[in-house]
Design a protein around this ligand. Structure first.
Ligand code: ZN
Length: 259
């Protein structure tokens, strides 16, 4: 039998996680488009949403009829289940609330980057504060700052290598293309934030795992495209989620393999 007080905690955890999900969805809807927070607007026609309609039901624009997407429900359900599981499986060194805050940050970055190929500075700043506090709690001051510096520095190197590569390939083809940078500067900052979180030497594993996840996901995307016969070489894949997935695996999943 599962004790009743545990059931109560799991339910409360789920509800709080769901509310976190509501907040993440609101931020992911508003920040990339308007860079500020105000009354939620329809993504389709920019008409302001009535609050009950937007936050609860029917979540459907009265003007153009567009419905808030599947992501809204996935994030809320995912955060609810995540927060509930964290009651029982809080990673070592974390409090429940810290683990939940971090999960929320990782989900927000991932959603915005996938939907807009964008890592916002204000989100990174909030994440940096969370990562700094958790990092110091987990590893102490010096390894945390070292991890942040290594994470930032390593990705900065990739950033310049990407610019160099694009410059060289343009020169060799002798053409003016309007290709964007291979890696955005937002990825560099995100890597610094993940570095603070994982600390030194944890960030080395974090970066290696991110590269591995990137390889697996890129391969899967190529295979899916080949099967669907629409492969074209310059698929725009956002890089941020590889870092956030790597951090997620190391912090939330790895402890199960170390028990
Ligand atoms: Zn609308």
């Amino acid at each position: 039998m599962i004790p009743l007080d545990l059931v109560g905690k799991l339910i409360i955890g789920f509800v709080i996680g769901w509310l976190f999900g509501v907040l993440i969805n609101y931020l992911a809807d508003e920040l990339p488009v308007r860079r500020r927070l105000g009354r939620p607007q329809c993504a389709g026609c920019q008409t302001p949403f009535a609050l009950v309609n937007y936050f609860i039901l029917p979540r459907k624009c009265e003007t153009c009829g567009s419905v808030r997407g599947k992501r809204t429900w996935m994030v809320e359900l995912g955060m609810g289940i995540g927060a509930s599981l964290l009651v029982e499986f809080t990673p070592r060194g974390f409090g429940w609330f810290g683990a939940l805050m971090l999960l929320g940050y990782l989900v927000l970055v991932t959603v915005i980057d996938i939907e807009h190929r964008l890592i916002l500075h204000m989100v990174s700043l909030a994440g940096g504060v969370i990562a700094l506090i958790l990092g110091i709690q987990l590893h102490g001051v010096v390894p945390t700052l070292a991890g942040g510096a290594i994470g930032f520095g390593a990705m900065l190197l990739f950033y310049y290598l990407g610019i160099l590569f694009i410059w060289l390939s343009r020169r060799s083809r002798d053409e003016e293309t309007t290709e964007e940078e291979a890696i955005g500067f937002g990825d560099v900052i995100l890597s610094g934030v993940i570095g603070l979180l994982l600390g030194w030497p944890g960030i080395t594993l974090g970066l290696l795992l991110a590269i591995l996840v990137a390889g697996v996901v890129s391969l899967a995307v190529v295979i899916i495209n080949v099967i669907q016969k629409k492969y074209h070489p310059d698929l725009a894949i956002p890089y941020g989620p590889f870092l956030t997935i790597s951090a997620f695996l190391l912090i939330y999943i790895r402890p199960f393999f170390l028990r």
